[in-house]
Design a protein around this ligand. Structure first.
Ligand code: MG
Length: 483
């Protein structure tokens, strides 16, 4: 063989491999993703969104350094909201329409692709710390849905059951897929601190590779249990105390990223899962100028106080009012990680990075849809929101207000964020346009005969994760039925 062509070939190959190495995705190119997801925090509960009683200096700074998203939507209740964030789909598309109690036979289908699975495919370390709430059976836990590790109370902190070991009402603290402790109400006052310590530890351990930290706090869902260092400190009772502890937690996470010099390669999103639980009174938070609260498809039930932060990439002090939401976090994260979400299975979310980086002011989605259970109750496009059904004001307050009985009702959210003035008669063409959008989505995933809804996961013989009176009662019932 002639040695000259062989040498040329070797040189070419070496040059090519050097070029490839230079252009190849590295951990530097793939940003870390941190999602801080608060439970039952209302639109008006933090400083950047107008709260004055409780102080949130860390969130104030986060907003000054990042972007406020003022039309960012979650869902009316916890489980639906988490299914949406994890899958990029409306909860109804994946058959998660409501809230799962402990020991439920259903959960988010393990066959669905979560944000953690999508990022794991791209080499991310993944951890979930906090309230899971898309199924507590072993088949449904975070470690079966793409998370390397998990620590948290796997559902709401008011879902205590009586332990047959302690005789007390408790919730479990789960480490990976095992119950590590049974927590009394009293012990919940350390939960924000424990989650935060774990988050800081995970960030430190993962600093040399890209990571996803999903931190769905147990706070500030009732019962309210602020830590000792925060108890009695705010000007807004124990609810304000717990918001201030959450703010402290946010500060520790952001400070850790700064200290490790990860701030310029980490996207942090702070938001909430649903609106304030208004029937809880002083323990329930505030939707600020919005109408309604948790459990409602009025804005107060689903529009969340949201901040996106990524120094050097997101313009400091910026504000985005385009329609966006938790369903967009999966496709955004995948795009930032250099991937593409496959066309099948269908998801509802879209990549928000053009909005975050100031390259667009337009929502990447045609519309946003407001489901209560499987019922499509409203649709929003631009400033216009069309209500298609009677809407309750909040969970536990089901009577429909006098002005909300007649449908359809059209509101201009730019002119009146509080949804009082029905403009349907003045704008029949907008009503018709939004009705057509709603009819299409309703046929796909709403109501009783959807064409594109995927099944939830289901197990036989579900149990609570620890020996409980609920399990004993279930076993007794099964025994009687077998006789
Ligand atoms: Mg909630």
């Amino acid at each position: 063989m002639n040695s000259l062509p062989a040498l040329c070939l070797a040189l070419l190959l070496a040059a090519f491999s050097a070029l490839r190495a230079a252009g190849a995705p590295t951990s530097l190119a793939r940003p870390n993703i941190v999602i801080l997801f608060i439970d039952d925090m209302g639109y008006g509960d933090i400083g950047p969104f107008g709260a004055t009683k409780q102080k949130t200096p860390n969130l104030d700074r986060m907003a000054r350094e990042g972007m406020k998203l003022t039309s960012f939507y979650a869902a009316p209740v916890c489980s639906v909201s988490r299914a949406q964030l994890l899958t990029g789909c409306y909860g109804v598309r994946v058959s998660v329409p409501g809230v799962y109690p402990p020991g439920s036979k259903n959960g988010l289908n393990p066959a669905e692709f979560t944000i953690a699975e999508r990022l794991k495919e791209r080499g991310y370390a993944t951890m979930c710390i906090g309230k899971w709430h898309v199924g507590d059976q072993p088949e449904f836990l975070p470690t079966r849905q793409g998370f390397d590790h998990y620590l948290g109370i796997p559902y709401s902190n008011d879902m205590q059951r009586t332990s047959t070991q302690t005789g007390g009402r408790v919730v479990p603290l789960v480490r990976d897929d095992q119950v590590a402790e049974l927590l009394t109400d009293e012990a919940q006052s350390r939960i924000v601190e424990r989650y935060t310590d774990e988050a800081v530890r995970f960030i430190r351990e993962s600093k040399d590779k890209p990571f996803l930290l999903y931190l769905p706090h147990t706070a500030v869902h009732a019962p309210i249990h602020p830590g000792a260092a925060f108890s009695g400190k705010s000007a807004n009772g124990r609810f304000g105390d717990w918001v201030e502890e959450v703010d402290w937690s946010v500060g520790r996470v952001l400070d850790t990223l700064r200290e490790l010099k990860l701030d310029q390669r980490t996207l942090v999103v702070f938001t909430s899962d649903n609106g304030p639980w208004l029937i809880k009174g002083a323990d329930g938070g505030s939707a600020g100028p919005l109408r309604g609260g948790k459990g409602s498809t009025w804005e107060g039930g689903m529009r969340e106080p949201t901040i996106a932060w990524w120094p050097g990439k997101i313009a400091p002090g910026s504000v985005c009012d385009a329609v966006a939401g938790t369903i967009d976090l999966l496709p955004t994260a995948v795009a930032l990680a250099g991937g593409t979400v496959p066309a099948v299975p269908v998801i509802d979310g879209r990549d928000l990075s053009p909005l975050l980086f100031g390259r667009s002011e337009q929502s990447p989605r045609e519309a946003h849809y407001y489901f209560a259970g499987y019922n499509l109750q409203a649709v929003r496009q631009g400033p216009w929101k069309l209500a298609l059904a009677a809407q309750r004001e909040t969970m536990g307050k089901d009577a429909v207000s006098a002005d909300a009985g007649k449908s359809p009702r059209l509101y201009n959210l730019d002119q009146e964020i509080g949804e009082r003035t029905n403009l349907a008669d003045q704008h029949p063409e907008i009503v018709a346009r939004l009705q057509a959008l709603a009819a299409k989505m309703d046929a796909e995933i709403g109501g009783n005969n959807p064409t594109a809804r995927r099944p939830a996961g289901e197990v036989a013989n579900p149990q609570t994760l620890y020996p409980s009176e609920a399990n004993a009662a279930r076993a007794k019932k099964a025994k009687q039925a077998a006789k």
